[in-house]
Design a protein around this ligand. Structure first.
Ligand code: HEM
Length: 196
């Protein structure tokens, strides 16, 4: 029997490249933050990447090209193939509440892996927008003088640093919830690896 494709190859490739890029960015970012923390917290060296500020910056600047190029390709493909509209919309607060209630009561069906429920749609759109915010605020920190408008839109250099930090924290929270969801419905992982 011909099993239908749930995730096309380009989607699976960009998803896994993104997972690698996000991991490298977050771990090296924690090391960069540790060199000049602005909260009372710092990240233990064992969970950071790069060894020291210079090494962490090298990792961060290398992985950012992968994150950005891969993200632009993912978005372009989603828009051009009409996938963005068909997979993530329509989306309404009523549908999100209904699916959230059903999920908490253990009544949310995962029979059709090719259709995302409203909570998945919201979570994935959130992740996409959060990566965009990470890249925009990262651009300001990297080339502050070259992007004055973006810098002012984000409240100036120091505020952009906080925005970048909180966007990172939101991304880490998304990934934590994402991994719990994948563990609860492991069939989705098979589909994200094999396509069907
Ligand atoms: C090792 C870590 C990861 C695993 C095991 C994983 C696994 C998965 C799986 C199984 C799906 C399909 C879920 C479904 O059918 O509902 C998925 C989709 C998705 N994941 Fe992940 N993921 C990981 C990391 C990440 C990271 C770091 C991001 C950060 C942005 C991310 C963003 C997404 C998005 C946006 C989708 C929906 C993609 C689309 O359909 O366009 N994932 N992931």
């Amino acid at each position: 029997m011909n099993v239908p494709v749930v995730h096309p190859l380009w989607l699976r490739t960009t998803h896994w490249l993104n997972a690698v890029a996000v991991t490298l960015m977050v771990m090296s970012g924690w090391r960069i933050y540790d060199a000049s923390p602005f909260f009372d917290i710092s990240f233990s060296a064992g969970i950071t990447l790069g060894g020291w500020l210079g090494g962490a910056l090298q990792w961060h600047f290398a992985a950012m090209w992968l994150l950005a190029a891969n993200g632009v390709f993912y978005l372009l493909m989603n828009v051009l193939t009409g996938r963005l509209r068909s997979k993530f919309f329509p989306l309404s607060p009523a549908a999100i509440l209904a699916d959230l209630r059903a999920a908490l009561a253990g009544r949310l069906s995962h029979a059709d892996l090719s259709r995302y429920n409203a909570v998945q749609r919201l979570a994935y759109l959130f992740a996409i927008l959060d990566v965009a915010l990470l890249i925009a605020s990262g651009l300001v920190l990297w080339k502050s003088v070259q992007f004055p408008l973006l810098r002012e839109l984000l409240g100036g250099y120091e505020t952009a640093r906080r925005v970048h930090f909180f966007a990172m924290a939101a991304m880490v929270a998304f990934v934590a919830v994402h991994l719990v969801m994948v563990a609860l419905v492991p069939r989705t992982l098979v589909a994200m690896i094999r396509g069907r």
